[in-house]
Design a protein around this ligand. Structure first.
Ligand code: TXA
Ligand code: MG
Length: 331
């Protein structure tokens, strides 16, 4: 039986014993295991139902830990670490030879991040080693942003979940691959604009540079079980009305109010602020809530086409499973 706690020593004990723990970060909750214990790492893949060729991020506590895991660390990587860590940035760097192939999926690189969450930083210091940590959801389901979400998805697999409250950022870290003064953004996140600014004088690798892969950032990730449709603002009310006329229960997320002709209908109409930061913070909790067995369909209003919303459009695109939402290039 798993339980929710704020006791970091108990979590460190469980990691040391080779067990899995849920842990909070500023982005999403992670599924933690001792990154030096292959038996424990295998449990992470088994618990999530994740294919072994999807590499894991190693969470570390200090800049000094970088050299334990990565080699040939460039001045660029150090400057990004100093600027953005602890924070929602993951850097893919050349790995130290001893780092397990299970973590890196046999690649010559390792993904590192110092998360910005007091409880998890305390845990990492007390544990004294690196901790692998994919998002604590079942493979291809919506990421968790509260301790309860972790229990809902993986309660039978984790020993405990460290409760750090709801995640402040709400979407996963930006992943950047760095090599020989060139870089490529492998996954968008909340820091894309700042990271692109910090890398303004560095060449970006071409978009079709495929030597480095980040499996798991493919389509149909973060997907709710009920279908999600993204609809332009001017078509939203009519689309929902038509679905309701067909007898469907619909959950709607919109920037405007429920129109009069839908009040009292079988619709959950959620109006949200038109602010990227707050939208990201609640994105996965809203998806999970709308993905209720009582709902037949989830219909959400299209988000703005500006760079601040790029990471959100990316996640929505993947939740829908087709490239219907145009992404603005940030690199
Ligand atoms: O915000 C986050 O990054 C969260 C929290 C818990 O830290 N973690 C997270 O982990 O999102 P996960 O496993 O759900 O996503 C990690 C992504 C995967 O798409 C994986 O392919 C990529 O990171 N990745 C890991 N190691 C890599 C490597 N060596 N090279 C390229 N991509 C890598
Ligand atoms: Mg994930």
């Amino acid at each position: 039986m798993s339980f929710i706690t704020r006791d970091t020593w108990r979590a460190a004990e469980q990691l040391e014993a080779g067990n899995l723990v849920g842990f909070p970060t500023e982005t999403v909750y992670g599924l933690g295991a001792d990154a030096t214990n292959e038996v424990a790492i295998r449990k992470v893949f088994a618990a999530k139902g994740r294919p072994l060729d999807h590499p894991l991020i190693v969470h570390i506590a200090t800049y000094e830990d970088m050299v334990a895991w990565a080699r040939d660390i460039s001045p660029l990587a150090i400057s990004l670490a100093k600027k953005f860590w602890p924070g929602p940035l993951t850097m893919v760097l050349p790995k130290q030879p001893w780092v397990s192939d299970l973590i890196t999926a046999g690649q010559d690189t390792v993904a590192l991040r110092i998360p910005n969450h007091d409880l998890t930083l305390k845990l990492l210091v007390q544990f004294g080693k690196g901790m692998v940590g994919p998002s604590a959801n079942r493979y291809q389901y919506v990421s968790p942003t509260s301790a309860q979400h972790v229990i809902d998805d993986l309660g039978a697999e984790v020993s405990l979940v460290l409760d750090g409250g709801p995640c402040g950022v709400g979407i996963e870290s930006t992943i950047v691959y760095l090599a020989d003064n060139q870089y490529k953004i492998l996954r968008r996140g909340s820091l894309d604009v700042q990271i692109s600014d910090a890398l303004a004088s560095v060449d970006s690798l071409p978009a079709n540079y495929h030597a480095i892969k980040a499996p798991g950032t493919d389509l149909l990730h973060y997907a709710p079980r009920n279908g999600l449709q993204i609809v332009a603002a001017h078509e939203l009310d009519d689309t929902v009305y038509t679905a309701v006329q067909r007898g469907l229960n619909v959950a709607v997320l919109s920037f405007h109010q429920c129109p009069a002709n839908l009040i009292g209908a079988k619709v959950i109409w959620q109006q949200v602020e038109l602010t990227a930061i707050s939208y990201a913070q609640h994105l996965y909790a809203n998806l999970r809530r709308h993905d209720h067995p009582h709902n037949d369909l989830i219909i959400w209003e299209q988000v703005p086409d500006t760079v601040e919303w790029a990471a959100i459009r990316d996640r929505l695109t993947r939740a829908v499973g087709t490239q219907i939402i145009k992404c603005t290039t940030v690199a």
